[in-house]
Design a protein around this ligand. Structure first.
Ligand SMILES: O=P(O)(O)OC[C@H]1O[C@H](O[C@H]2O[C@H](CO)[C@@H](O)[C@H](O)[C@H]2O)[C@H](O)[C@@H](O)[C@@H]1O
Length: 275
């Protein structure tokens, strides 16, 4: 695979990253980007080539951050980050940036769940019991996710549940996060764009900002890359392509073929930096 981008802005981002990698930040989503999509969220694991790619690339960059809707500690486990060599520059921003794990310390920071989430969780469970018993609930700290991938009619159940689940989130002042056959009700005040911006500020800027994602929850990170470009920080939006979501590919500078393509792209970047 040749390292290139489809847009002039993406090519400028790539050139800036290659010229000054030690001040570059690369953000990566987990589900659908580092990990193939599977029916049962509990069975998701990073693609076998993902961790070796991170180990090759992270020592060469300023920071690599896994920015995910999963709890930080769970993402660490599912990627296999704990104790792996070469990851000193890796951070995990979990729960859309509410939680954090740093390889350098091995510690997780997670604020307490807002009380509104417990009430919303109970209402969502009651809604499913009444109207969609074949949908699945995933409980997370500060969030509840309704999955319809294993329902008899996944798209139909998703469409039917979308408004009622959104209404629960709104009634409790929580965020509503639709994704790939998932509807999340979660603590407000965080998103992947703010998470990326926080990292950039903490590091005192970047030579280049990259984000790799596949789903609607990744769009705020693409927005942040666009904002930083306008402010003079070159950037690249990379889409982990799928047949389920079109919005990210439409906005991306680079589209690769799912998690296998992401791992190959990261390896290619590491090889170009190592030359
Ligand atoms: O920010 P992410 O790392 O992309 O997490 C977003 C949500 O992804 C998970 O659901 C998705 O992956 C599942 C496993 O492959 C799949 O079954 C489901 O259909 C997808 O929507 C996860 O379960 C959620 O908690 C995450 O918030």
């Amino acid at each position: 695979m040749a390292l290139d981008a489809a847009t002039p802005a993406g090519r400028a981002g790539l050139a800036a990253l290659l010229a000054d990698p030690r001040r570059a930040i690369v953000g990566l989503d987990f589900d659908g980007t580092l990990a193939p999509i599977v029916d049962d969220p509990a069975q998701a694991r990073a693609h076998p080539d993902a961790l070796p790619a991170l180990q090759a690339l992270a020592p060469l960059l300023g920071r690599v951050a896994v920015v995910t809707g999963r709890p930080a500690a769970l993402a660490v486990e599912l990627v296999g980050l704990a104790g792996a060599r070469g990851l000193e520059h890796v951070t995990v921003l979990g729960a859309y940036g509410r939680e954090r794990w740093d390889a350098a310390t091995g510690e997780v920071q997670a604020p307490p769940e807002p009380p509104a989430v417990a009430a919303a969780r109970a209402e969502v469970a009651e809604l499913l019991a009444r109207t969609a018993p074949d949908a699945h609930l995933e409980d997370k700290p500060a969030a509840v996710a309704v999955h319809t991938r294993r329902s008899a009619d996944p798209e139909g159940a998703f469409a039917r549940l979308r408004e009622p689940v959104r209404a629960v989130a709104e009634a409790h002042g929580l965020a509503f996060e639709p994704g790939r056959l998932v509807l999340e009700v979660r603590a407000p005040g965080a998103d992947k764009g703010a998470a990326l911006r926080g990292l950039l500020e903490e590091l005192g800027g970047a030579s280049a900002l990259v984000f790799v994602g596949d789903d609607l929850g990744d769009l705020p990170a693409f927005d942040e890359v666009a904002r930083q470009r306008e402010a003079g920080v070159p950037g690249i939006c990379v889409c982990s392509g799928s047949t389920e979501v079109a919005e990210l590919a439409e906005r991306a500078d680079v589209v690769v073929d799912g998690p296998a393509g992401v791992a190959a792209w990261l390896q290619e970047l590491a090889a170009a930096l190592d030359r």
